[in-house]
Design a protein. Structure first.
Length: 391
């Protein structure tokens, strides 16, 4: 008898035609996650099996992999009835329970005994050897026995996986990532749908501090544990912001600033062949996220902008931020370029005509091109790096 991990796919199973692509992507993502651990992996139509001496380490890595419905640590033995009985009893010695039910799946049709009959055989054997009772309706534990042609798997617990699709199955896209609470959550939700991510962060030193930048690096690093491929692109935004402040009517400063961010994001996305842009906007959260503002700001960008948080309450967003471990970093008090220049009365019903009027006063195309040319790229984002010096 040996211990083996196996993975159930969940939502992948609904994608009939693409099933193989999904399984291959999930396998390769798992291999990436397990890079430093010795293991053997076998994928088939319904499962991925992992044999390893490092069960705990492997399971903790698998908990960060999208596309996994559940993780099972099973005892594996051959299809000999006596061996199965022994293995069941051995497993039960480490579980405390008073009622149980046996649930056999006979995938190997060469195995002579039918599932129902085998449930009874194993059930009686357990009753003979342990002071417990059968309860088919509401048992403390269900003992699952899967008889397959390559052996029998026995388990009673499933660890819930993250669900979603394997990261990267939808290619890579771009997200506008700030140091706030929202955009890291939007990034997480996009990864969950199988989109790998590059991030775009606008910084305005010296108006924004080095800590504000380090905070975004840390957030991207926290989220990179779900991807391992995340890159952070840092756009120098100071000159554009200062020019806006000099030339634009105060109430339009934020609207125009966001139109510039969108223009840069769009141009950068097209350059890198990313098909859509994500961000952390949520309807009505601030003046620049009223429907009128979204319309006017989105008007400069002719590729889709996906807003995973559009219809979520702040409290719902905060709950996810806490669950994914970004909240504590997001609430650190280092100001972002959006917050530094907020006017007293930002316009909540801006018009495109007024934006264009304001934007005519300076040559933003040149500034945008310069900003994109001077982007700083940070890859190898790793949460094990120590950011405590700065934060
Ligand atoms: P908060 O969680 O405090 O709302 P936020 O980052 O969401 O912070 P908003 O003003 O609501 O701040 O910005 C809306 C969205 O615009 C963000 O979710 C993010 O996608 C994008 N954004 C804002 N500021 C920046 C920035 N400096 N760099 C990159 N993207 C930004
Ligand atoms: Mg926000």
């Amino acid at each position: 008898m040996e211990k083996i991990i196996f993975i159930k796919y969940g939502e992948l199973t609904t994608k009939k035609g693409n099933r193989k692509i999904f399984i291959n992507k999930l396998s390769s993502n798992i291999k990436n996650m397990l890079k430093d651990i010795p293991y053997k992996l076998i994928a088939d139509r319904s499962r991925i099996y992992i044999e390893t001496e490092e069960i705990t380490k492997v399971v903790s890595k698998l908990k960060n992999v999208f596309g996994i419905h559940s993780i099972v640590i099973a005892s594996k033995t051959d299809n000999n009835i006596e061996n199965i009985k022994q293995s069941v009893l051995y497993m039960l010695n480490s579980i405390s329970f008073t009622t149980f039910k046996v649930d056999t799946k006979r995938a190997d049709k060469k195995f002579a005994i039918h599932s129902m009959e085998f449930n009874n055989i194993i059930g009686s054997y357990i009753l003979k050897n342990k002071d417990v009772k059968v309860d088919v309706h509401n048992p403390d534990i269900i003992i699952k026995i899967e008889i397959r042609d390559n052996g029998t798997y026995i388990y009673s617990e499933e660890i819930q996986g993250l669900g979603g699709y394997p990261v990267g199955i939808q290619g890579t896209s771009l997200i506008m990532l700030s140091g706030g609470i929202d955009s890291p959550v939007a990034l997480y939700l996009a990864l969950k749908r199988g989109v790998d991510m590059e991030c775009l962060y606008f910084e305005s030193p010296p108006h924004t501090s080095l800590q504000a930048k380090e905070k975004v690096i840390k957030l991207a690093s926290i989220l990179n544990k779900y991807s391992l491929n995340i890159k952070l692109n840092i756009v120098p935004f100071t000159e554009i912001q200062e020019t806006i402040l000099k030339n634009v009517k105060e109430e339009y400063v934020i609207t125009i600033m966001r139109r510039m961010m969108y223009r840069i994001a769009k141009k950068f996305a097209v350059k890198k062949n990313f098909k859509v842009i994500f961000n952390g906007e949520s309807i009505g959260q601030v003046a620049s996220q009223t429907l009128s503002s979204m319309n006017v700001i989105n008007n400069v960008c002719d590729i889709p902008v996906i807003r995973p948080l559009a219809c979520m309450d702040k409290l719902e967003i905060i709950a996810i931020a806490k669950q994914i471990g970004t909240y504590e970093t997001s609430i650190l008090p280092f100001e972002d370029c959006c917050t530094v220049f907020v006017p007293k009365h930002p316009v909540i019903n801006p018009t495109i005509e007024k934006c264009i009027e304001n934007e005519k006063k300076f040559d933003y195309e040149t500034l945008i091109n310069q900003a994109i040319e001077n982007i700083e790229v940070i890859s190898n984002l790793n949460i094990e790096n120590n950011y405590n010096d700065l934060l």
